[in-house]
Design a protein around this ligand. Sequence first.
Ligand code: FAD
Length: 472
Amino acid sequence: PVSIVWFRQDLRVIDNPALFAAVEHGTIVPVYIFDSEIAEEEQPGGASNWWLHHSLESLNKRLNGHLQCFSGDPQTILCDLVSKFSANAVFWNRCYEPTVIERDKKIKQALRDSGCLVSSFNGSLLWEPMSIRKQDGGVYRVFTPYYRKGCLQASAPRYPSPAPTRITYADVSREGHTIQDAGLLPDIDWDSAFYDHWKPGEEGAADKLSDFIRHAARGYQEERNIPSVRGTSRLSPHLHFGEISPNQAWYALLNAFDDQGNSDLDCFLSELGWREFSYYLLFHFPTITEQNFNYQFDKFKWLNRQDDFIAWSKGQTGIPIVDAGMRELWQTGYMHNRVRMIVGSFLVKNLLIDWRKGERWFWDCLVDADRASNAASWQWVAGSGADAAPYFRIFNPVLQGEKFDKQGAYVKTYCPELKHIPDKYLHKPWEAPKEVLNKAGITLGKDYPKPIADLKQTRQRALDAYADTKEN
Ligand code: FAD
């Protein structure tokens, strides 16, 4: 019997439950569909498309060139393919975005109505959101009890499976179009540095995981906060596209640490837990991508000044750590987590710009842009989310820079114009005496911007704006 394997956010061969089941069933036709029906705001951004292009090429190689690509309405395409290829089954791994769940339900029904067997699997989460409930049946809103009680105490994550030993491909005609035809790569060359940082695909994901285990897993808890060092795994885009499953990462780390209960290990596993929590929130509170989780923030009076937003997005705010982060994002498609929190806080609190605008910019620029993690993290930063940072805890980007980028290695990488400024002033060049700036070859407002916001005043302004939402 012939079956169709519909690849989605599971662009891998190892530990892929849908592929595994299809291979057991018989010969397969592997398929990827660019969904033209999906809402505009859910269409992948530029950086994600770059990744997707290369990831599909890599998957196609893994499948010996058998991957068939299509664009259009997935339901129509799948129903056509089932009859064209005389397939009697369709297999896929589940996704958790609310609109995708709705879409998949309809497709499942339509295929079943046509007499086809349809099976879906969990291929991208350690614990699926529908299986985790509080003892009273309610939904968790706070991370620690969710993770410790709801997840860890409930069950161990599924152990990953190897790649199928032998895949037999159905002898069918080539339909659809090539990956190239999808036009995912940019017309203008903004992606040249991406190639230095990333190797999309299953092999690249495995390399990142083994590099991390070899060089950074021990010491993770401390080093994960230092943006100038490779202290984290950089697995996020690989996890997002499913080039590696969280189960593979989870058990690889457990195996690498023979001392269970090690704090570096626990810290890394709990970060994977935050990814799970983001999906859990998205599943149970589908509006978190657009609406404040905490409705009190609906009354928040954002300023939303366009020139401030442009300065922020271009890395031209005059606050070095913020600019370095925004430039890292633009150049590499990635930003260190600590810096994501700093730039987010600066946008939402110091500039009083709605978190949704930041979320959109990240969506377009991040190679790991993810509906669940991006929205949940932005709401966390804004203070409007579930289990969020309290609003009044406003990051001071100067102190953050001085603490986490002491020698300024990170700032100097992305803001090279500041490289001759002495450490003492690197994170606050506006406080440097003129002769220091002259010696460093910097005129503020010419070679590097003057700060667009007074940190002290805007901090107070943010606190006042927050107080207003409580009073009215
Ligand atoms: P590691 O430290 O090695 O962590 C391992 C894995 O755990 C990551 O790959 C990721 O899958 C997961 N993880 C780590 N931290 C978080 C977190 N806070 N929330 C959810 N999952 C986490 N992450 C995304 O994957 N996609 C996004 O679109 C995204 N947007 C963000 C927006 C903001 C404003 C902030 C503050 C954070 C965002 N994050 C997002 C979370 C986090 O910054 C990245 O997952 C992390 O920096 C990825 O680097 P890494 O793989 O080296 O992480």
